[in-house]
Write a new protein. Structure first.
Length: 635
């Protein structure tokens, strides 16, 4: 009672609302409020009770330990906003409520305006995706068509290739801006699927190595332990992360510098859980300590004379960070001006089942000979081979390889294949391999393990007797597939695949719904290369009427744009599927559209479509789609 009287004397007539709390055992209780605080509550209750419950709970928690929180606490009472200022006094906790209503509302108004402006920008960029991709489809499509013309002069072909390269660069910039806008709006989603790490890595290298070669840089790929090769991941987004890191490293590293990429996949305590560790290190210009804190901020680029001529949007690292975090991983960077930078990421992955059944059945019991001067790689090949029942004889030098071949002849057993590492010390393979070919015969498989671009050396090595190439660093899936191709089962599958690749689709009818005249011309030009018959419609309503006017099973495939006048592709598909005729539910319908995001794909499938081909059109993707839907029935 005495303490309350002291509080009245000290705080009772203060014009600022004041609350006093008694604290004990990490808890607090309100024991006094002055007249100014009482006036905030018309019903005569406590100011604490007049606050929203979450704010009252937070205020009590802070009163119990007033020094633990430094961020401001705003309390709403009777339409007004107060800033709670807490401090210790005579063993109690005093809270003064400072009226900041005008300031708070002003700041909140400006914040709301900023949020609305940001949402408008994000919405604008997202909705612009279709309009941007449509003309890019025309540029890339027409360029591809021109490049297929055999009579195109070499000089013109050179110009076309430069246009194609520039178009690809333009699309990468457009995609970065659109991706960033979707990340900011929370509309970007992952699309995980079962993939081979080897496939992802080699697709990354196909893009990165030529970029490094163009600047005469040394590109090093280091592979740590890969304890599981098949994973569940969004391959497209993972490649985007890696290529952003690599292109940045190559871009900011001078000619003759070094770019290194390291990757390992380790298994955790849970056999289904994996951890991917990856870093990209360069000997480039590096970054200042001041800029490091902003390197993952959108549109940020360090301003210096050194990089003033280097192109970019300043979005690559921001996108990489957001995608890594979306995957549940983390990204970090170390850098020093004039020395270089190192970006590191860790990403958790889920293991997928390895499909080795066909390989094991075809390869078990086979015997191969390996020529490689590098012991660590030879051990890796032996370990991988053992998993499918293959035995390996390892020759460190060519004389030892000849010895093994002679022993096999005397012992009357056969080698299934000969593997040779391109960089084997003490041997000139282009001279040695023809000798192996003469000894083993024309049908004996000779396979090269090489790090370089096979297209650059294929002519020389095939003339020397090499039948196939397996890229390094070596993955089990690539080794098994390379050997499997020479088994009877593998040869039969290759013949069937070759037959499909050469198949003409003459006699098949395709309905193309596309409102843009130029895009319609491009699609028709590409489709005619396959021999199909094409009928066109300029909107969804025309496509629906054209389908109705033809007899059942007249069309073998429908290619449907999404954004069209009169009736869009989604509505046209729904109405077509609902028609009372036997082919309405069976005819394949493929979205061929500039609406290329994950939710766009899902909307297409929900409307009744069977697949989704994005624009700008990729001829290989389109031909694969035709094979999928037109090649499954007899011609």
């Amino acid at each position: 009672m005495e303490i309350v009287e002291q509080l009245k004397e000290m705080w009772g007539n203060v014009r600022i609302p004041a609350l006093c709390f008694e604290t004990a055992g990490g808890r607090s209780a309100l024991i006094f409020q002055n007249q100014a605080a009482q006036e905030l509550c018309p019903d005569g209750g406590s100011a604490l009770a007049a606050m929203p419950e979450p704010e009252a709970v937070e205020l009590l928690a802070r009163a119990a330990e007033p020094c633990d929180k430094t961020d401001p606490l705003f309390c709403h009472i009777g339409g007004r906003v107060f800033l709670a200022v807490l401090f210790a006094w005579n063993g109690l906790c005093v809270c003064l409520l400072r009226d900041v209503s005008d300031y708070y509302r002003g700041v909140q108004g400006r914040l709301d305006e900023a949020v609305m402006a940001n949402r408008a920008k994000t919405s604008f960029l997202s909705e612009m995706s279709h309009d941007i991709r449509t003309p890019m489809n025309a540029i890339i499509g027409m360029t591809d068509i021109a490049l297929t013309q055999k009579e195109t002069p070499a000089r013109i072909r050179e110009y076309l290739n430069k246009i194609k390269t520039a178009s690809g660069h333009m699309m990468s910039i457009i995609n970065e801006v659109l991706d960033m806008s979707r990340i900011e709006s929370g509309r970007i989603t992952l699309q995980p699927e079962e993939v081979e790490i080897a496939d992802i890595l080699h697709e990354i290298l196909i893009v990165a190595r030529p970029q490094a070669d163009a600047k005469h840089q040394k590109f090093e790929l280091k592979l740590g332990r890969v304890e599981h090769e098949r994973v569940v991941a969004d391959a497209l987004r993972f490649k985007q992360i890696c290529l952003n890191l690599l292109s940045n490293a190559i871009k900011f590293t001078p000619d003759g510098g070094t770019v290194t990429m390291f990757m390992e996949i380790l298994r955790g305590e849970d056999p289904e859980r994996l951890l991917l560790n990856l870093y990209v290190r360069d000997t480039g210009i590096g970054m200042s300590k001041e800029f490091l804190s902003r390197v993952f901020t959108p549109f940020e680029r360090e301003q210096s004379l050194t990089i003033s001529k280097i192109q970019g949007t300043g979005l690559g690292m921001a996108i990489a960070k957001n995608l890594v975090e979306l995957m549940g991983g983390a990204i970090s960077v170390e850098s020093e001006p004039g020395v270089g930078s190192c970006f590191s990421i860790t990403v958790p992955l889920k293991a997928a089942a390895m499909h080795l059944g066909a390989y094991q059945e075809a390869l078990c019991g086979k015997h191969i000979l390996l020529l490689d001067s590098l012991e660590s790689r030879a051990q890796t090949v032996q370990e991988m081979a053992e998993r499918t029942g293959i035995s390996v004889d390892w020759a460190k030098e060519p004389e030892q390889a000849v010895y093994y071949i002679n022993e096999a002849i005397f012992a009357d057993y056969e080698y299934f294949a000969f593997l040779a590492a391109e960089k084997t010390e003490g041997v000139e393979l282009l001279s040695f391999l023809p000798e192996i070919r003469r000894r083993m015969g024309s049908d004996f498989p000779i396979i090269l393990l090489a790090e370089g671009d096979w297209q650059h050396t294929e002519y020389m090595f095939t003339r020397a007797g090499v039948d196939a190439f397996i890229p390094l660093p070596l993955f089990g899936s690539r080794l098994y597939a390379g050997l499997y191709a020479f088994t009877p089962q593998g040869r039969m599958e290759q013949e069937q695949e070759s037959g499909r690749a050469q198949r003409s689709f003459e006699g098949r009818r395709v309905l193309l719904a596309e409102d843009n005249e130029l895009n319609r011309e491009i699609a028709c030009e590409i489709l005619q290369m396959t021999g199909v018959s094409i009928e066109t419609a300029e909107d969804g309503q025309q496509a629906l009427e054209l389908f109705r006017s033809r007899p059942p099973f007249y069309f073998d495939l429908i290619l449907m744009d999404i954004q069209m006048p009169v009736m869009n592709g989604l509505d046209a598909t729904r109405r077509l599927r609902a028609l009372d005729r036997p082919d309405a539910g069976e005819v394949p319908i493929v979205a061929m559209t500039a609406n290329a995001f994950v939710e766009d794909v899902n909307q297409s499938l929900e409307a009744g479509m069977d697949a989704h081909v994005p624009k700008p059109l990729d001829m290989d993707v389109l031909f694969a789609c035709l094979e999928r839907f037109l090649g499954r029935r007899g011609v």
